[in-house]
Design a protein around this ligand. Structure first.
Ligand code: NAD
Ligand code: USQ
Length: 477
């Protein structure tokens, strides 16, 4: 009865350009296309009338059934803003994290440039600013298997988003200890997740954050499709297979191993799985994290965890020459953090059918060459571009052409690199630059002995933050 009333009101108030009804999981939902996305009138109607049974698709503006989502790794750089975004759209969110990333900060003697609060304070702050509850569970998904199964049985989620992996390529290549930790943690976590979903006997949709790096960065000579590729086998047999894996670090290798686990468990246990091959994420805050200082997102800037564009923006703001590795000829895929959250929402709302093969989406906005990005940041900030020996074993130059049609077909209009968005990051960096440890800026992990030898001239103590810059930031703090 409540739903009938709601849909009557929703239909009368929406004036869609086109819509239809369908039924899934015993609930009706409205599919419609809007001329304008994200109408606030629609939000008000949805939230008021159904009293929490629905959520909003922030990309298309559709009213959708609310989902219960467990976010593994929800304390991290991508997981935290995604959790807030999903909660803001009306979904029920439970965060699971073992805080290993915070412990690695201690191990490396480095910290997020932004002062991130404990999970408890973050969740309390979100409740105060939004009125919405989220739970936090401290659990190691790679080691605490029984607790993971029990959690699934207790919470009965519709979806589990899996961000909970060691995600830095340089950290994964640092020592034999970090190589082994990365494989143990990432592969065990993903295997445990699949086993736990099967053991819990629940129809849970797994959404995993993979990486563009599974395809490799050679120049394949054409567009990289989304996960699967048409090939011709000997004797002219046509086949569509998983794209060959060509990882460039131990970390990227774990994502290739994950991809095989998804294939196996989908086939064997009939699991619903979506694997998102994400490019390099940049930016820091989102419309949710800026609502309160206590919600601020992590910002990694060091040579192990900082990713290239955020590092360059930070270096530009500090007046430090930009650290371009080798010729800077590497072309990579990029996506802004606000779009990461939107892609996750689209994946959560569009699970594969039972029995469907693993859905694979490329989660990228655009591709850019590293030295071109450095030139953009240098032009904006006036710092020099410094070409330093490459600590990584990677192709000096590569082209990259990537399909992102799956997300675009679901309505995503991703943000591309632009000066206004650069300004947002620069503002954050300016505010917290007094927290930067300049000895952590240069690379400190080398892919092999030859790379380490070539990088011997790199001196971590050589980086000087311009005094005027540092004084100003301390005064502003
Ligand atoms: P992050 O390190 O900031 O977050 C990962 C979180 O997972 C951390 O909070 C960590 O404590 C937690 N975690 C790790 N192992 C765990 C375990 N065994 N049990 C419970 N929690 C565990 O990383 P991020 O940048 O947010 O990346 C999230 C995911 O997205 C990763 O899988 C990464 O590979 C993928 N990804 C990230 C980027 C990027 O540019 N940041 C790009 C593409 C893909
Ligand atoms: N680079 C520089 N200077 C720097 C830092 C990096 O020239 O100061 C270069 C690197 O040599 C590399 C490129 O920039 O060619 C990208 O490096 P990165 O550290 O930004 O990204 P990467 O190691 O590939 O890893 C990051 C995330 C990882 C994610 C991956 C997506 O840490 O979790 O999977 O981006 S992708 O690159 O598409 O595989």
């Amino acid at each position: 009865m409540i739903q009938i009333t709601f849909f009557a009101v929703a239909i009368l108030s929406l004036q869609p350009t086109c819509w239809c009804f369908s039924s899934r999981a015993n609930a009706f939902f409205v599919t419609r296309k809007y001329q304008q996305h994200g109408s606030s009138a629609l939000k008000a109607a949805g939230n008021e009338v159904v009293n929490g049974a629905t959520a909003i698709n922030g990309v298309t503006g559709e009213v959708v059934p609310k989902k219960k989502v467990i976010v593994l790794g929800g304390d991290g750089f991508c997981g935290w803003p995604t959790s807030l975004y999903l909660s803001d759209q009306g979904h029920d969110v439970v965060i699971v994290d073992n805080l290993s990333r915070r412990n690695i900060d201690i191990e490396l003697g480095c910290d997020s440039l932004t002062p991130i609060q404990t999970p408890e304070i973050r969740i309390q702050a979100w409740k105060e600013v939004s009125g919405k509850e989220m739970k936090f569970v401290n659990l190691d998904i790679a080691k605490e298997y029984d607790l993971l199964v029990q959690l699934f049985q207790k919470e009965r989620p519709d979806t589990v988003i899996h961000f909970a992996e060691q995600r830095a390529a340089p950290y994964s290549m640092k020592t034999s200890k970090t190589k082994r930790y990365t494989v143990d943690n990432n592969v065990s976590g993903s295997n445990n997740l699949c086993c736990a979903v099967a053991d819990a006997e629940l129809d849970i949709h797994i959404v995993h954050l993979g990486t563009m790096g599974v395809y490799g960065y050679g120049s394949s000579g054409g567009e990289i499709p989304e996960g699967y590729i048409d090939v011709t086998l000997p004797d002219g047999r046509a086949k569509n297979i998983l794209h060959p894996a060509y990882p460039g670090s131990v970390y990227h290798t774990t994502k290739c191993l994950d991809a095989l686990l998804w294939q196996f468990y989908q086939k064997n246990d009939n699991l619903r799985i979506t694997d998102l091959h994400q490019g390099i994420v940049w930016g820091t805050n989102t419309p949710q994290t800026i609502k309160d200082d206590r919600l601020i997102n992590r910002f990694d800037y060091d040579g192990d965890y900082g990713t290239v564009l955020n590092r360059f923006l930070m270096q530009g703001a500090l007046g430090v020459p930009l650290t371009v590795y080798g010729t800077g000829g590497q072309t990579r895929a990029f996506i802004h953090i606000t779009d990461t959250a939107k892609c996750l929402e689209l994946a959560v709302l569009n699970p594969p059918e039972k029995g469907e093969r693993v859905k694979i989406f490329n989660q990228v906005a655009e591709t850019r060459r590293v030295r071109d990005i450095a030139n953009m940041v240098a032009a904006q900030t006036g710092v020099d571009v410094n070409f330093i020996p490459n600590p990584r074993a990677e192709a000096a130059e590569n082209e990259l052409d990537v399909s992102n049609r799956n997300f675009c077909n679901l309505g995503l209009e991703p943000k591309t690199l632009d000066a206004t968005l650069f300004d947002e990051v620069t503002t954050i960096v300016n505010r917290f630059k007094h927290r930067c440890n300049p000895t952590k800026i240069l690379p400190a992990s080398f892919w092999n002995k030859a790379r380490a030898e070539e990088c011997k001239t790199i001196d971590p103590t050589s980086i000087q933050i311009k005094d005027t810059v540092k004084d100003k930031s301390v005064a502003a703090a």
